[in-house]
Ligand binder design. Structure first.
Ligand code: SAM
Ligand code: SF4
Length: 337
C-alpha cells in the first residue's frame, strides 16, 4: 500500500499497486457518424440524453482530475466531434493546466481543426484503417475516405504537430495495407500506431479470433520494406515505438494481447454516463454521475470519490479472443478506446 493511503488529504491519485494515475480518457458521447465493424453493431441503440453527462458535468470532473495531478486529458467517444457544444467544452478545457488531446475519426476536422488548435488542443489522434475508399466504407460502414483525408490535411494546415494515425488491423480485411498506411504517414510526416483488436462488445461482422493480426506480424511485414529500429521513447501510453532511418515518422504498436502493459498503467477512463472505469478490460467502476447529480457543483466531494476509487483499480486485464461471449459487454464507443 502506498504512502497515499496514510495521508489524510491526498492530493494525487495513487492505486493499491503504487501506480500514479495522471492520464484520463473521457468519453464525451456514445454517438458516432461511423459504424466501424470492430467497434459498433450496425444498428446501435444510443443513450437517452439525461443519462449522458452534461458538458458542465464533464468540465467539473475534468477540473477535479486536474486538481488531483492529472496532466493529460483525452476526449474520445463515440466520435467526440459530433457532440453538440463540443467546441465550447474544448475552449474551457483548454484553459486548464493540462495537456489536452482528442481521438477522432477525422470526419469533422475539415470544419473544426482550426478552432480546436486555437482553443488549446495539443495533439490529435486520427483513426484511419484503409486508403482505399471502397474498403474504407466497408470497414466504417458509413464513413467517407475523402472527408477523413481532407480532415488530416486540415489538421496539418491548422499547425498541429505530432499528429498520430491509429489503425486497427484485421486479417483478410486491411492487413494488406500496412505498408501503404506507413507510406502515407511518412509522406505527411506524421506518426502511425497499429492497434490489436480488443474484444469489447458482441459483434457479428467477423470472428475476432480469425481476424486477429498480432503486432509482431505487422512488424514482420514492415521489416521487409524498412529497417525498423526499436525506440525507447514513450508518450505516456502503452505504445511501443519504432523508427525508420530515413523518416521522422514513428511507428507504434498497441498490443493488449501479445504484450501486456498493465504494470505501467497510469490511466483511467470515464464513460459517457459518468462511470469511472479503472481498467478497460474489467468492470471495476464508480458512478460519478450519481455523486454529481446528488451534490451539483461540489468539486471537493467529487475529488474524495476519485481518491477512493483508486482502491478499485485492478492489477491487470485478461482478454481472451477465443471465448464465445465477450467478457466485456460494453462497446468501445461507450468507454472511449
Ligand atoms: N471515434 C473516434 C475514433 O474512431 O478515433 C474515437 C473513439 S474510437 C472508440 C477510439 C479508437 O478505438 C479508434 O482508433 C478505434 O479504431 C479504436 N477501436 C474501436 N474499437 C476497437 C476494438 N474493438 N479494438 C481495438 N481498437 C478499437
Ligand atoms: Fe465511431 Fe470511432 Fe467507433 Fe469507428 S471506432 S464507430 S469512428 S467511435
Amino acid at each position: 500500500m502506498s504512502e497515499q493511503h496514510h495521508n489524510s488529504s491526498p492530493t494525487e491519485l495513487v492505486d493499491r499497486f503504487g501506480r500514479k494515475v495522471e492520464y484520463v480518457r473521457l468519453s464525451v458521447t456514445d454517438r458516432c457518424d461511423f459504424r466501424c465493424v470492430y467497434c459498433m453493431a450496425e444498428e446501435m441503440q444510443f443513450l437517452p440524453r439525461n443519462e449522458v453527462l452534461s458538458l458542465e458535468e464533464i468540465y467539473l470532473v475534468s477540473r477535479a482530475f486536474v486538481e488531483l495531478g492529472v496532466n493529460k486529458l483525452r476526449l474520445t467517444g463515440g466520435e467526440p466531434l459530433v457532440r453538440k457544444g463540443i467546441l465550447q467544452l474544448v475552449e474551457q478545457l483548454g484553459e486548464l493546466p493540462t495537456e489536452l488531446l482528442i481521438t477522432t475519426n477525422g470526419s469533422q476536422l475539415p470544419r473544426m481543426a482550426h478552432d480546436l488548435k486555437r482553443f488549446g488542443v495539443d495533439r490529435l489522434n486520427i483513426s484511419l484503417d484503409s486508403l482505399q475508399s471502397e474498403k474504407f466504407r466497408r470497414l466504417t460502414r458509413t464513413g467517407k475516405l475523402d472527408q477523413v483525408l481532407a480532415g488530416i490535411d486540415a489538421a496539418l494546415d491548422a499547425g498541429f504537430e505530432r499528429i498520430k494515425l491509429n489503425a486497427v488491423v484485421l486479417k483478410g480485411r486491411n492487413d494488406d495495407e500496412v505498408v501503404d498506411l506507413v507510406e502515407f504517414a511518412r509522406g505527411k510526416g506524421i506518426d502511425i500506431t497499429f492497434i490489436e483488436e480488443m474484444p469489447l462488445g458482441s459483434i457479428t461482422e467477423h470472428d475476432r479470433a480469425e481476424a486477429y493480426c498480432s503486432s509482431d506480424e505487422i512488424l514482420a511485414m514492415l521489416s521487409q520494406q524498412y529497417e525498423m529500429i526499436a525506440s525507447t521513447e514513450k508518450t505516456g501510453g502503452p505504445s511501443r515505438y519504432y523508427r525508420m532511418a530515413d523518416s521522422q515518422s514513428r511507428v507504434g504498436f498497441i498490443s493488449p494481447h501479445s504484450h501486456n502493459f498493465c504494470s505501467e498503467c497510469n490511466r483511467v477512463r470515464m464513460t459517457v454516463e459518468g462511470r469511472l472505469l479503472l481498467c478497460l478490460g474489467n468492470e471495476h467502476s464508480m458512478d460519478l454521475r450519481q455523486v454529481m447529480r446528488e451534490h451539483p457543483g461540489d468539486i471537493e466531494l467529487l475529488k474524495q470519490h476519485l481518491i477512493q476509487a483508486m482502491d478499485l483499480k485492478p492489477e491487470q486485464h485478461h482478454f481472451d479472443l477465443n471465448e464465445d461471449e465477450p467478457q466485456i459487454v460494453r462497446f468501445m464507443n461507450m468507454t472511449g478506446g
